[in-house]
Design a protein around this ligand. Sequence first.
Ligand code: G1P
Length: 321
Amino acid sequence: MPAYPSNNGVLFPAPLQAKPFPMKKLRKAVFPVAGLGTRFLPATKAIPKEMLTVVDRPVIQYVVDEAREAGIEHFIFVTGRNKAVIEDHFDIQFELNHTLAQRGKDDQLARLQQLQPQAGQTSFTRQQEPLGLGHAVWCARDLVGDEPFAVLLPDMITLPGKGCMKDMVALYEKTGDNIIAVEECDPAETQKYGIVGKGDDVFNGFKLTGMVEKPKAGTAPSNLYINGRYILQPEVFGLLSRQERGAGNEIQLTDAMQKLMKEQSFFGYHYRGRTFDCGSPEGFVEANVAFALQRSDLNSDMADVIDGLLAEARPADKRRA
Ligand code: G1P
């Protein structure tokens, strides 16, 4: 069994104790937001899909908040054409703030200010061609530099305060290396996702034994799918720079991670919270209902509204007496 030096130079065996230091702190997160959002046309003809709102916040705001809750200090957006409004959203709207202050709308102003990244905390770069998730992440290589980074896919959102990334950071601080969050899916749906192989439990996660992007039916190593949250070491950029094509003829992040597994450890974190896939109209509508029901200022009214609508929508023979 390998022995790892601890902070103060004392040797102890792995994996019972925390992993080798110095381990670089996780400070940066990458948000690949270049996707066209064709499943939401015509809504996304002029508006990025990441700016569609769940209750009263754009989808991307929830994902950035999840990263901030996990201690992330710098937010890197990989955008594309027609996505400039995302940059505006994370900027100060001076005229708006001024008007709110003049009208005494202090609550709204405070809410905006609370969500506002500080000067210098955001960076934007463009994925010039839609060549896949791996390519989008690779576009952030210079902005990330030689340090670990998180990736959060903006389609997947979690309920406020129940984010996945915070728990992943806690695991990372014990294991180092690379962490991928997974959830269970219907075994009939594994070909839609990246799927991992599960090894021994380590702390509150487990060792990954392999991964495959969109496996053919019947070949998946498990039903644990990659849910769009990653903590990665910068060495993955070297593998992505090979620009090798994988599933769907795209440059896949999963393929580069799978190659990196030969040199570095990968750990899985089984997220038990609820993820809403806002990349599909059904998931997006479901998120709106679920998030409204979570809001103390909306939930009592919303529950009645939903009950009423369900009663109207149900065929007469299925209605409760
Ligand atoms: C991407 C990843 C896949 C992951 C999925 C989660 O696929 O490549 O590994 O399981 O996101 O949503 P995409 O949805 O872009 O096809």
